[in-house]
Design a protein around this ligand. Structure first.
Ligand SMILES: [Zn+2]
Length: 407
């Protein structure tokens, strides 16, 4: 296989998680009596441009199931993050009713509704019908398509280029990152701004966040590599912000290559930090697997110990990263009888692979377990806060990544 950005043959494996079902393929009760599809989950790294990427496998397009169950608005901290972002961008770019904002992967309108409220025209691009329908009810026009160069050019031809293009947690999810970036170039007005947020590879490596690896997540991105991909497409990065979302994300600010905005010191400083961490050498990549294996073994040890001691452990958050962790560790309902999740769309379903049932969080208060394992560790504070009544009756909260930690 060749690198999706630069075409160099890929010679190194970053992480091999064996086979796993798609992490968002939640199962109904009827599905449990049918065969389940597993796909290889292997991550490679390019030793030329350092793009960390999933290895190609057959039938990758099957992953994008139409009733994709993730609705951004179910996380209150994410909603607050989106509203702060909109406020900041309206202020620093001076956006008014004469401007145009495009969000790629606009989901249920969690972000664009802030621009609608401020009277700024916007357009969402979202191929998932169930979430797009919710956004339209909020008064947000939505194009139900995948984004790429062809769509970017069509928007430009229709006079719909944007002053601001937003892409939150979509850049790492696109199979053809070059085509997507050329789409950004085409859809951006002269003088316009692009902001993209994606989990930062430096954080993934430093904190062994191997559970953020799943099939739908095609690229694992450093600033160095994104900078290179942008430059190839005729764009450049002029500012960055490090964010705490998703365990450590990067928000990059891009513009056309010939734009006169000067790059900030933050860009240079972060490029240097990545280089100092060795991200342009092979060492940190080939060392990653054994650190992931230690986490997997420690989780199994913990669950087996509690099981032997007769202490009940439940999980919280039927998130994609939980599926990666549980499936790699081979955890089944005997060790972890149920997972709670506030998203109604997931309740009553089962986790792919592990077949652990997903229940409403209210069940925890009715029968408090000894431990609650928070699978989406990035929202652990929010989960703990919402469940303070459990702490009072002796339930302990625990996370497994980057190590077993009782909170
Ligand atoms: Zn490459």
């Amino acid at each position: 296989m060749k690198c999706r950005h630069c075409g160099t043959p890929l010679a190194h494996t970053f992480l091999d998680l064996g086979f796993a079902p798609p992490s968002n393929a939640y199962l109904t009760e009827a599905d449990l009596s049918k065969p389940e599809k597993y796909y290889p989950l292997k991550i490679r790294v390019c030793d030329q441009c350092w793009l960390v990427q999933t290895e190609d496998y057959a039938q990758a397009d099957e992953l994008f199931i139409p009733d994709y169950a993730y609705f951004s608005s179910t996380s209150t901290s994410w909603l607050a993050h989106a509203s702060r972002y909109a406020e900041r961008m309206i202020e620093i770019l001076g956006l008014t009713a004469n401007n145009h904002v495009i969000e790629i992967a606009s989901n249920d309108g969690y972000l664009l509704k802030n621009f609608v409220a401020a009277g700024i025209p916007c357009l969402g691009i979202e191929p998932t019908a169930s979430t797009a329908a919710v956004a339209e009810q909020l008064g947000i026009p939505v194009l139900r398509e995948f984004f790429g160069e062809a769509l970017g050019k069509r928007l430009a031809a229709a006079g719909k280029q944007a002053d601001l293009i937003v892409g939150n947690n979509v850049y790492a999810h696109v199979p053809d990152i070059n085509d997507f970036t050329l789409g950004l170039k085409a859809a951006l007005k002269p003088g316009g701004t692009i902001t993209l947020e994606f989990p930062h590879l430096l954080q993934l490596i430093e904190h062994t966040q191997f559970d953020t690896v799943y099939h739908e997540h095609f690229s694992y991105l450093s600033l160095h590599t994104v900078n290179r991909i942008f430059q190839t497409a005729g764009l450049r990065i002029w500012d960055i912000q490090e964010l705490s979302t998703h365990g450590g994300s990067l928000r990059i600010y891009g513009c056309h290559h010939d734009n006169e905005r000067r790059a900030t010191n933050g860009v240079t400083a972060l490029l240097r930090r990545e280089a100092d961490a060795g991200l342009q050498t092979i060492a940190p990549y080939i060392d990653f697997q054994k650190r992931a294996d230690k986490i997997k073994n420690d989780l199994l040890d913990f669950l087996i110990q509690q099981n032997r001691a007769g202490v009940k452990v439940a999980a919280y958050g039927a998130a994609a990263k939980g599926n990666t962790l549980l499936n790699y560790a081979g955890v089944k309902p005997d060790l972890l009888p149920f997972v709670c999740d506030a998203a109604m769309a997931k309740q009553g379903k089962f986790m792919p692979g592990s077949h652990i049932p997903i229940l409403t969080p209210e069940i925890l208060a009715a029968k408090p377990p000894g431990f609650v394992l928070i699978l989406p560790w990035n929202i652990k504070d929010e989960v703990k806060q919402q469940n303070e009544c459990l702490i009072q009756v002796g339930t302990k909260f625990v996370t497994a990544v980057p190590e077993i930690r009782i909170l």
